[in-house]
Design a protein around this ligand. Structure first.
Ligand code: GTP
Ligand code: MG
Length: 307
């Protein structure tokens, strides 16, 4: 199943962002630390021209810390880019960002010369949360689903800094379908635009390969199921996603599993690593959907947990 999600307001939002960037001193692109490549928007890269850019790897509290370090090294190798992992809900983290903006544009932030900072990125990555933390109060609407902000909004911090919150924007054609599946798994794509059972299986297959111990711990599994279908059954049983008669409700199980992953209930996980993104691009040429997960041939045995 091909995933595509580009609600009407996004086209207009990109145009407005391109226009407003002329009057911006620093662009902050908020990425999801769990999928920093798939959550990068190449359209924003285009419209930001040569404006200084800080890439925030947000929801750092949910991402695998070792993988995040690798991503920061990767981004900082790009000329003119600063990468900062943070949690938008943490004031101490958000303050680091302001310091960085002031260092990058030291001649701004004076009376009559505000430092103009635009916060942009794909939906549901935490742009409005970051703005509220910096403002010290709830100025922008926040919500645990994509496309909460649909109009840009300016917030004057009254310390020489003016922030712009912008609607989350994606791109019209999702050539990279592996990336699109990761976006759907992370919660950046509207729930009506994908089949939850398929995305649940995609996430289950990945988790079995990459974080088997975390799964075993969370769902108290002595032996991991052989394939993603069986894993979702086990999760569904554990979380009580049953139909009348006691059979597992596969859609509800997939939904519950994705909800748990997104909330960090299975631990700090990353959906992609720098080298893996290169390998996936080669394995799935443009537009190619990830295959329906195939059962693993041998049951996975668990390594003993580290205490
Ligand atoms: N765990 C965690 N959750 C976060 C963080 N930042 C934001 N969130 C949550 O992510 C969800 C989306 O946050 P928003 O601030 O509305 O995201 P947005 O980027 O403004 O989304 P749109 O307006 O839809 O583009 C909310 O449930 C936030 O509480 C973070 O650093 N860590
Ligand atoms: Mg928002």
């Amino acid at each position: 199943m091909t995933i595509r999600w580009y609600p009407g307001h996004m086209d207009k939002a990109i145009e407005k962002i391109a226009e407003a960037i002329r009057r911006t001193d620093v662009v902050i692109e908020v990425l999801d630390a769990r999928l920093p490549s798939s959550s990068s928007n190449h359209l924003l890269e285009k419209v930001r021209r040569h404006k200084p850019c800080i890439k925030i790897l947000n929801k750092n509290d949910l991402a695998d810390p070792i993988v995040t370090k690798a991503w920061v090294r990767n981004f900082e190798a790009e000329a003119g880019v600063k990468a900062l992992p943070l949690s938008a809900k943490q004031l101490s983290d958000a303050k680091k960002l302001i310091k960085l903006c002031q260092q990058i544009v030291p001649h701004r932030g004076k009376p009559g010369w505000p430092l103009r900072v635009m916060v942009c990125g794909i939906p549901n990555v935490g742009k409005s949360t970051l703005i509220n933390t910096l403002a010290g109060r709830s100025m922008a609407k926040v919500g645990d689903k994509p496309a909460i902000t649909t109009c840009a909004q300016q917030i004057d911090l009254r310390n020489g800094i003016v922030l712009s919150d912008t609607p989350g924007v994606l791109w019209p054609v999702m050539d990279d379908q592996v990336g699109a599946y990761r976006l759907a798994a992370s919660g950046a794509i509207g729930s009506g635009a994908f089949d939850v059972a398929t995305v649940g299986l995609f996430a289950a297959e990945y988790m079995l390969r990459r974080y088997p111990e975390a799964l075993a711990l969370r769902y108290r599994l002595e032996e991991l199921p052989e394939d993603p279908h069986a894993l979702l059954e086990a999760v569904g049983r554990r979380l009580g996603c049953l139909m009348a008669g006691g059979a597992i409700d596969h859609n509800r199980a997939a939904e519950a599993f994705l909800r748990e992953l997104r909330a960090g209930k299975v631990g700090r996980i990353s959906f992609e690593e720098p080298e893996q993104v290169v390998a996936d691009t080669e394995a799935h040429p443009a537009g190619d959907s990830p295959q329906e997960p195939t059962p693993l041939t041998t049951p996975m045995r668990l390594k003993p947990h580290k205490q």
